[in-house]
Write a protein that binds this ligand. Structure first.
Ligand code: 13P
Ligand code: SF4
Length: 309
């Protein structure tokens, strides 16, 4: 009788053959997170990618995260299941105006959210993620003006938290978080009066104003798990439900649909599937390939960020 090999078994077999690590962001499909060696937020995955000593990093997330992994660990082959897995923030911020700004305003420190293209990172003074953005901006001398890009909601949140006035903010948004309407959150709060609200800082100010806790994807999960509360309204991509229900099976989590897709899913993240993951481990394509020059220039702002604890 022929042995029936499941897709998951095939992936695990290929992972061994390729000496690969599977890194998955919290917004991946649950079946991908289940097979991953590490599930995490963008900062945690960048650190894991940097420290990996095998041959292949299969990055189940979006392309900018895989580019970051390549810069931090250039000797490894870095693949992503779907080449089209981009991000609306990356697309909102082309490199040409940033280069122009830098030439015209050398006095500004350019702080780029990790959700940017590698070319934009290469023009930046320091990077940040949603986990460390406040600390990163506070690390810049108070009298040095800052250009924060590209997420306007995160930028406004950081400006409020740091009290920094000399900060210009790029007007990019996340198509998932920026379209969570405050009125739907208010309705969810009325339906679940005992629930605490946790929100990702890419949400609009009107949503953040109703939050009991604001943080990166992993920080939101850590907060819900540690909190004595039993119910939470979770204002981020619903892929976090995988870790939330695994780590706190007795608690209840509610999600609010946004106005873009009437769901709370990132269409870019959801392009990755188990089939495409198997194929990319087989063919080692789509593969991240970057010029030496752009990698060298992007590494410095990345290392400056990683040095901040
Ligand atoms: P984290 O840094 O929280 O993983 O967020 C990345 C992201 O793309 C949020 O939409
Ligand atoms: Fe980009 Fe938003 Fe998707 Fe995160 S959720 S990858 S910010 S589009």
């Amino acid at each position: 009788m022929l042995a029936v090999t499941s897709l998951a078994d095939e992936i695990l077999e290929l992972k061994k053959e390729r000496r690969a690590i599977l890194l998955a962001h919290h917004y991946q499909e649950a079946e991908i997170q289940e097979l991953a060696d590490v599930v995490g937020d963008s900062l945690e995955l960048a650190r894991k990618a940097r420290d990996f000593e095998g041959d292949v990093i299969a990055f189940c997330g979006v392309w900018f995260m895989a580019e970051t992994a390549k810069v931090l660990n250039p000797k490894r082959i870095v693949v992503v299941p779907d080449r089209e897995a981009s991000c609306s923030l990356v697309e909102s911020c082309p490199v040409e105006p940033i280069r122009e700004f830098r030439l015209k305003h050398p006095e500004y420190a350019i702080v780029s959210y990790i959700n940017t293209s590698i070319e934009v990172k290469a023009e930046s003074d320091i990077l940040c993620t949603s986990r460390n953005a406040v600390k990163v901006v506070n690390s810049i001398p108070a009298d040095r003006p800052v250009l924060f890009l590209p997420d306007s909601n995160l930028g406004n949140y950081v400006r409020k938290e740091t009290g920094r006035e000399n900060m210009k903010i790029w007007q990019g948004t996340c198509i998932v978080h920026a379209t969570f309407p405050a009125r739907r959150l208010a309705q969810a709060k009325a339906e679940h009066p005992e629930a605490l609200v946790v929100a990702h800082p890419e949400c609009p100010e009107s949503v953040l104003a109703m939050a009991d806790f604001i943080g990166s994807t992993s920080a939101l999960i850590e907060y819900c798990v540690a909190s004595p509360a039993q119910e939470f309204i979770v204002m981020t991509e619903s892929g976090v439900n995988y870790s939330l229900t695994r780590l706190a099976p007795e608690k209840r989590f509610y999600y609010v649909a946004n106005e873009n897709c009437n769901c709370s899913e990132c269409p870019y993240m959801k392009l990755n599937t188990l089939e495409k993951l198997r194929d990319c481990l087989r063919t080692l394509e789509p593969r991240v390939e970057l010029s030496e020059d752009v990698m060298r220039r992007a590494l410095l702002p990345m290392e400056r960020m990683l040095a901040i604890k």
